[in-house]
Design a protein. Structure first.
Lengths: 410, 472
């Protein structure tokens, strides 16, 4: 077997032509309708599988090693050095916008009155630690408050709060209220309690500790395809920081999973050596835990006579394609039905659109301003055609038929 | 496996050994050549510069750079190092022969600092200096090895020490990637070397520019690397490197398409077609490794280091020995030099089949252990699993059987050149069919084994096969 073969001039010329061809393939747009070809070119140009924030499958020995990918302590600094990060990029926990709460089940929260830059965009929080404009705790007369509980996409990861779907919804509701003759009697405030990486349990905890105090009139619980993964991370962190478990159903789930005191033991460096074992034990119970979290939240809201609804928000890219999301969406819808909650499935919002157009960066599949605009439109569309919610927002008004959507609907 | 590893370098006498610095100009012989002329005097023929071939290579490099930019190949580190290579390439090309290795080393160190930052870079350079310093201590080889083992053990298990908490977490995998295998090879060479190795070669061997973007790095052999330096015409070496790099980039693009568009999760396997798709594409994600290895070695060619191919059409292997020879050739050579040949030599009084079997078994046991050792340095865990052990045992067993069969075969008779008046031979359909069947059988066995290797447990793998073989 010849181990060293010289490349002839002819072969080099052919390779150069091939390189030029590859450039042309990438730079010349595919004709309209060539979706499959477009998708393949997008895949070829996307480093989605390798990106720094990803939680992708490292299926084999080599995939696990290439690029210093996931180790027992998660994707580390090495991956970030190798794969890169955008200007102004910082790991969310290192960006100086959250504070950690020692021994606290909530684990972390946004720092109030931050004026910083995150992912190259201004990141501003109000005095209550919300990524949004200033609000008072006391609800002003005539104000209808919507409390949004969610994670990074709802918080507005990588976009200004003015561009996120929650704020756009607030702006539109106020404009629409005027058109519906509520100008003097009803104003809307969408209070964004979402914090990046918040698990469903942290959203529940945030509702109890914070959102309730603001006397909301509607609670929107936002779900994503990553929620069970966030729950897994949160539970491991709870054990690591040795926080008490405030909910009986969580304590029971931990016992059911067979997580022992030995598993929860922290080493001298504050790490949780049995993290992988804990994840494995919790894995079969994740959806039950989610269901019980929702049951708890629904119970809280019922006891306060406070309407609760769910939305399902997609990520940009392949992780949220119809096949990948079908199982999670089905489970979330079943849970909503069990707890008699209205649910808007917005997961098709980004279908058929080149992810490169909608994500904040090639290595980060959170929606950019355009993505948030599409989410806002999808959410508004559901709201104006849903009699129950529409009448809650605009008493005495009828929801629109699909064929006769309001003129001011964006 | 075994004796037919071939000699990857085309020349045994390296140019730097052939090269002698010019004698000082006689004092009374009028004005001697200027300083620049003296720097370039008596250079080896292989580094002779020529405008057109170099510009052609530069154009090729520019095209590859553009493809990598447009396709966002790999990540930031690779893009940075590609730019460093782009800047260093003409400097290295124009530099006098005696400076070329230093220019390559400077580019590598610059790449290290640009990718990992000053803090991590300084610690890596410091610890590397310590390790390389130990290899050159004027004490016995055994003592040097003992000192290196002590340092490696301390670095592996001494991380909790407060001092090490200060170092960035990137230091350990990078150091591991630089030293975990190359130090073994280098010390092996030192044991058999008749004279001290040049410092520039030693340091350059550990500081290989592309290593700072590819942590999983081909096990480049020291002597092959050293002997390969300008072993051919510089333009030919560069062109070969550019071709290798481009093939690597294409493989990485194919890997992305497979990973993002074609590979399904093992949980989605239900029926023969999905099983077949899973098995094939799960194996083909190896293109990422082969692509990175091509690029890594291709980049070294740009600086004059002519190296063998890292892979050779491994999808077309016709048997398990053939497969072992074609996939990750550097690893095979590493094992042959450090394990296979020494074991066969020690067992030379044994019957040949027994010696071959023992050496092959030793190769696969060491390969299995070293894959865990590699995982430890790069990921922080040894990663030994039951499927992993079964994979190496079965592959080792299959190669062992093939080695025995190959050893019994009579050497093939050399084909005689056909006479001019002889009609050209027709296509031998029977031989072609046999070869195709062998290739298919090898491929099927390997993809099955590969899926076992990547399964968390044997039970998961059996479950996967059961779901796949059930009629959908």
């Amino acid at each position: 077997m010849a181990l060293i073969q010289t490349t002839s001039l002819r072969d080099a010329r052919v390779a150069m032509l091939q390189a030029a061809g590859l450039l042309a393939l990438a730079l010349i747009p595919a004709p309209a309708g060539w979706t499959r070809a477009d998708r393949i070119i997008t895949a070829a140009r996307s480093n989605a599988a390798e990106r720094a924030d990803g939680d992708h499958h490292a299926t084999g020995y080599y995939e696990g090693l290439v690029g210093g990918a996931e180790g027992p302590s998660g994707r580390g600094e090495l991956t970030l050095k190798l794969m890169g990060k955008p200007n102004g990029w910082a790991r969310f926990n290192d960006a100086g916008v959250v504070r950690h709460l020692a021994g606290d089940f909530l684990h972390f929260e946004l720092i109030p009155e931050i004026d910083s830059v995150l992912f190259g965009q201004p990141f501003v929080t109000n005095t209550h630690g919300m990524h949004g404009p200033e609000v008072s705790v006391e609800k002003p007369p005539g104000v209808f408050r919507i409390a949004l509980l969610g994670a990074s996409m709802d918080m507005g990861w990588g976009v200004r709060y003015q561009d996120d779907y929650a704020h756009r919804l607030q702006e539109w509701l106020n404009v629409h209220a005027e058109r519906q003759g509520f100008a003097s009697t009803r104003k809307f405030e969408v209070l964004n309690f979402a914090v990046a990486a918040y698990s469903p349990l942290q959203r529940l905890e945030s509702f109890r500790r914070k959102a309730k105090e603001f006397q909301p009139d509607l609670v929107v619980f936002s779900s994503t395809m990553l929620d069970t993964r966030l729950a897994e991370i949160h539970m491991c962190d709870v054990f690591r920081i040795q926080a008490d478990l405030p909910y009986e159903f969580v304590r029971e789930a931990v016992a059911r999973a067979g997580i022992t005191d030995a598993d929860r033991k922290v080493d001298a460096r504050g790490n949780l050596p049995a993290k992988e074992a804990i994840k494995r034990k919790l894995d079969p119970l994740q959806w039950d835990l989610y269901d019980e979290t929702l049951a708890e939240l629904a119970g809280d809201c019922r006891s306060m006579d406070l309407p609760l609804m769910m939305i399902i928000i997609p990520r940009v890219g392949k992780d949220s394609d119809p096949k990948a999301r079908a199982d999670s969406v089905g489970r979330l819808q079943a849970m909503a039905a069990r707890h008699d909650l209205p649910i808007y499935d917005l997961t098709d919002t980004f279908d058929g659109i080149n992810p490169a157009r909608l994500e904040i960066a090639a290595y980060d599949d959170h929606p950019n301003a355009e993505g948030h605009e599409r989410l806002f439109k999808a959410l508004t569309h559901h709201l104006v055609t849903d009699q129950g919610r529409y009448e809650l927002l605009f008493p005495g008004r009828k929801a629109a038929e699909e064929s006769a959507l309001p003129e001011d609907l964006p | 496996m075994g004796p037919n590893v071939g000699n990857p370098a085309t020349s045994r006498t390296t140019p730097h050994q052939r090269y002698l610095p010019p004698a000082p100009a006689p004092v009374d012989d009028g004005p001697g050549p200027g300083m620049i002329a003296r720097l370039y005097a008596d250079e080896p023929k292989n580094c002779k510069r020529a405008v057109v071939p170099f510009l052609r290579n530069l154009l090729f490099f520019g095209l590859i750079l553009a493809v990598c930019r447009v396709y966002a190949t790999e990540g930031r580190a690779f893009q940075v190092l590609l730019q460093v290579a782009g800047v260093a390439l003409p400097i290295h090309y124009l530099a006098p022969y005696r400076w070329k290795k230093a220019v390559f080393l400077a580019a590598s160190v610059a790449g290290l600092f640009l990718v990992f930052g000053a803090d991590a870079g300084a610690v890596i350079v410091g610890l590397s200096a310590l390790m390389i310093g130990v290899t050159r201590l004027p004490i016995s080889w055994n003592l040097r090895v003992a000192a290196l083992v002590a340092i490696a053990t301390f670095l592996s298990f001494g991380r909790p020490v407060a001092l090490f908490e200060q170092a960035s977490t990137v230091v350990w995998p990078v150091l591991g990637s630089m030293f975990m295998f190359r130090l073994l090879i280098y010390m092996y060479e030192l044991k058999h070397a008749r004279k001290p190795e040049p410092v520039i070669d030693t340091v350059g061997y550990f500081f290989l520019l592309p290593n700072f973007c590819f942590m999983l790095f081909p096990v480049v052999d020291y002597r092959t690397w050293q002997r390969g330096f300008l072993a051919g015409d510089v333009h030919d070496v560069q062109r070969r490197g550019l071709d290798m790099t481009f093939r690597g980039v294409v493989q990485l693009i194919l890997y992305r398409i497979i990973d993002q568009e074609l590979l399904i999760s093992s949980a989605d396997v239900a029926g023969p077609w999905s099983l077949m798709g899973f098995l094939v594409f799960n194996y083909l994600v190896y293109l990422q490794v082969s692509g990175q290895f091509h690029i890594a070695c291709g980049m070294l060619h740009l600086f004059g280091y002519q190296l063998p191919d890292t892979h050779h059409r491994y999808l077309l292997a016709t048997g398990f020995t053939d497969y072992w020879r074609r996939i990750n050739i550097y690893w095979k050579d590493f094992m042959v030099r450090l394990v296979f040949n020494p074991v066969v030599f020690r067992l030379k009084k044994w019957p040949q089949p027994a010696a071959l079997a023992a050496a092959t078994a030793a190769v696969f046991v060491v390969t299995w252990l070293l894959h865990g050792y590699q995982s430890f340095w790069l990921r922080g865990d040894w990663g030994f699993t039951v499927p992993d052990a079964i994979f190496w045992t079965v592959l080792g067993g299959l190669v062992m059987v093939n080695v025995q069969l190959d050893a019994r075969k009579k050497p093939a008779r050399p084909r005689l050149r056909p006479r001019a008046d002889e009609p050209p031979p027709g296509v031998d359909y029977k031989a072609l069919a046999i070869r195709s069947a062998k290739t298919a059988a090898t491929f099927v066995t390997i993809v099955l084994l590969w899926s076992l290797w990547n399964s968390p447990t044997v039970g998961d793998w059996l479950d996967l096969l059961a779901r796949g073989l059930r009629a959908s």
